[in-house]
Design a protein around this ligand. Structure first.
Ligand SMILES: Cc1cc2nc3c(=O)[nH]c(=O)nc-3n(C[C@H](O)[C@H](O)[C@H](O)COP(=O)(O)O)c2cc1C
Length: 358
């Protein structure tokens, strides 16, 4: 019933309003006594074979929510109750910003894709702190941080540091978003120096803290392979803990949608099925170069349990979903978890009985 309601809202008001209604409904669930507990009982699949130990934290399963879905940290508890193993909120910028004019999110149904140019719209740091202030034990929350659009590039590192420092005690890990910002009309070249300029102050701040928070870098699928290698080398050479690969793409290659409809939509970052191959390729490249020794969060075009499995096989330690959930619903997590349990049990069954303890 809820799916049909959201479909009707989408038809009349578009994807962004539909998403807003979904956020509202999930928040309502959180307000009902035992609401989240009931949702967890109905939706979440839990099993020891799904658990992962990453960054010294125990994830209930490796499937998380990608940044942009719970932009302001309003529904991470409910998303966890729906069965996700972790939630990355944000991108959070120091000051609130309204982003680009609407409409700015478009469904490309023929390609099972979304084009968005939200421009990192979010309610800012103070609002996110309010949302995260009460302890969220049992729910792993990552915080994706970025710069305000009006901040000049030369001053961007101060924005990242401000968000990081203020949110430090409230999130379990941080993702530094240096990938495509949909307000940028042009590609902003990223050099090793410019990335280090953002990261070094974060490492320095962390060194003075009692508690350790992993820092990851989120990269674009549009980077040439040499730049993906450069990002991997940054991870190897510095205290960076991992990479989130990838964000959405600016490419429009191989789409089924007509030239006319693409033209009427205009600029934006493309996510969903057209991204699957490149995202997996990037993860495999990072995994190979870092010899499988660093955690990678694989994201981009994971539309089915098989896509998720392929991403994990390519070397991702954890994965994140966005567009897959829009097209397939929350059941995508449940179906994948069930498949993973069946596979783990199948593998166990194949082992000789006296091998199970080894
Ligand atoms: C509407 C929308 C908003 C997004 N906002 C953000 C964001 O604020 N920060 C970010 O790092 N990624 C953002 N993303 C990118 C996703 O986190 C993800 O990297 C990308 O969509 C690829 O995954 P997918 O194909 O599963 O959607 C957004 C994606 C969409 C569709």
């Amino acid at each position: 019933m809820i799916k049909s309601l959201l479909r009707i809202i989408n038809f009349f008001f578009g994807p962004e309003r539909t998403h807003g209604v979904m956020v509202y409904l999930l928040r309502a669930v959180g307000c009902i006594p035992a609401g989240r507990w009931i949702v967890r009982k109905i939706y979440a699949v839990e099993h020891p074979s799904l658990e992962r130990e990453v960054f010294g934290m125990r994830f209930k399963n490796p499937i998380g929510v990608a940044a942009g879905f719970d932009r302001n940290g309003e529904i991470y508890r409910e998303l966890s109750a729906m069965g996700f193993g972790f939630v990355e909120i944000g991108t959070i910028t120091p000051r609130p910003q309204s982003g680009n004019p609407r409409p700015r999110v478009f469904r490309l149904s023929s390609d099972r894709a979304i084009i968005n140019r939200t421009g990192l719209a979010n309610k800012g740091l103070d609002y996110a702190i309010e949302r995260l202030r009460t302890p969220h034990k049992g729910v792993i929350v990552g915080c994706n941080i970025g710069k305000n659009t009006i901040t000049p590039i030369e001053e961007q590192s101060a924005d990242y540091l401000k968000a990081f420092r203020n949110l430090y005690l409230h999130a379990d890990y941080f993702t530094v978003n240096v990938s495509y910002n949909t307000t940028f009309k042009e590609y902003v070249p990223q050099s090793r120096e410019s990335i280090l300029e953002i990261l070094q102050p974060l490492f320095e701040f962390r060194r003075g803290q009692d508690q350790y928070r992993p820092i990851l870098l989120k990269i674009s699928p549009d980077l040439p392979d040499e730049v993906v290698d450069m990002m991997t080398d940054i991870m190897i050479d510095t205290p960076l803990d991992g990479i989130v690969a990838t964000n959405a793409t600016t490419s429009r290659e191989g789409l089924k949608a007509s030239e006319k409809s693409l033209k009427s939509i205009g600029t934006g970052a493309l996510s969903g099925e057209p991204l699957t191959k490149r995202a997996i390729e990037v993860v495999a490249r990072i995994h190979a170069r870092s010899k499988g020794t660093y955690p990678i969060i694989g994201v981009g075009g994971l539309m089915s349990p098989e896509d998720i499995k392929a991403m994990l096989n390519a070397g991702a330690t954890l994965v994140q979903l966005y567009t897959g959930v829009i097209y397939e619903g929350m059941s995508l997590v449940r179906r994948t978890c069930k498949m993973m349990i069946a596979e783990a049990q199948g593998n166990d069954a194949e082992l000789p009985a006296n091998n199970t303890e080894q």
